[in-house]
Design a protein around this ligand. Structure first.
Ligand SMILES: [Zn+2]
Length: 263
């Protein structure tokens, strides 16, 4: 079990013990109770913000030391930007996985079909890309996943089972909903922060390069969240692929990491 999940269990049991003692035994001083509550909230919040902690459920966020590098792209499809990314990938003969937003799949189903036909993997990234996704109920999460699956299936005949929640946050509710929908939660080991407007391409490349290594899962974007600018990944990707080659690393499909999540 991941250390963060053990810590959460211990903290929860500790909290229950404090409550029991306060009700039936000698009440603990108020400042201790408040401090304990704040510490518990901070711990759970860290679990939501950092899916790599795997506090609320298993998350695939890296491979093993003998594996290659995985490229993932979020927030598409986009008729122009996604295709430019696809062309760069094809020129370099590498495959990636695209985590798609259901609403955009409905708008550009032909791009989804093209991603699949050009040999790349497909994943789910929320129907609306709701930024408050981690607050939603497990039922909402399950239905949102199914709705996005349905849209992708209609577009290209595939029904993806890899799910990266919008903005990557994984709460206990997100994990429960994903489990009900039967999908695998996916995060990343390094991100370039290329999804931000005015992102500096050199800095994005620097961040991604610093996190390169066997088993790395790289997070990039093939579209802007609101489609209001050209993602810097188009500029960065050729140089990133050069850097990957210079480090003697190979780019592998995300599916090759799937066994690692079941530890
Ligand atoms: Zn996103």
């Amino acid at each position: 079990m991941p250390p963060a999940r053990i810590l959460l269990v211990v903290a929860t049991l500790g909290g229950i013990a404090l409550m029991v003692r306060s009700v039936w035994g000698e009440p603990i001083p108020l400042e201790y109770a408040v401090a304990a509550l704040l510490a518990y909230i901070a711990l759970a919040t860290a679990g939501v913000l950092f899916p790599q902690l795997e506090m609320f459920g298993d998350v695939l966020w890296r491979g093993e030391a003998d594996q290659g590098v995985v490229l993932t792209f979020d927030d598409g499809p986009h008729p122009e930007h996604t295709r430019r990314i696809l062309n760069i990938l094809e020129e370099n003969n590498v495959r990636a996985t695209f985590f798609l937003v259901g609403r955009k799949v409905k708008l550009f189903p032909e791009v989804v079909k093209e991603i699949a036909e050009r040999g790349h993997g497909l994943g789910l990234h929320g129907y609306q890309h709701d930024r408050l996704f981690s607050w939603k109920t497990p039922k909402y999460v399950e239905e949102d996943i199914q709705r996005t699956q349905q849209a992708i299936e209609e577009a290209c005949g595939q029904r993806p089972t890899l799910f990266r929640p919008p903005i990557g946050h994984v709460s206990t509710r997100t994990a429960a909903g994903a489990k009900k929908a039967g999908v695998t939660l996916v995060a990343w080991s390094v991100r370039g922060r290329d999804g931000l407007k005015n992102a500096d391409p050199d800095k994005v490349l620097e961040r991604l390069s610093a996190g390169l290594g066997p088993g790395a899962i790289l997070l990039l974007h093939d579209a802007a969240e609101r489609d209001d600018f050209t993602p810097v990944s188009i500029d960065v990707l050729p140089r990133l692929l050069e850097e990957i080659r210079s480090q003697q690393l190979s780019v592998v499909p995300l599916e090759s990491f799937l066994e690692e999540v079941k530890t």
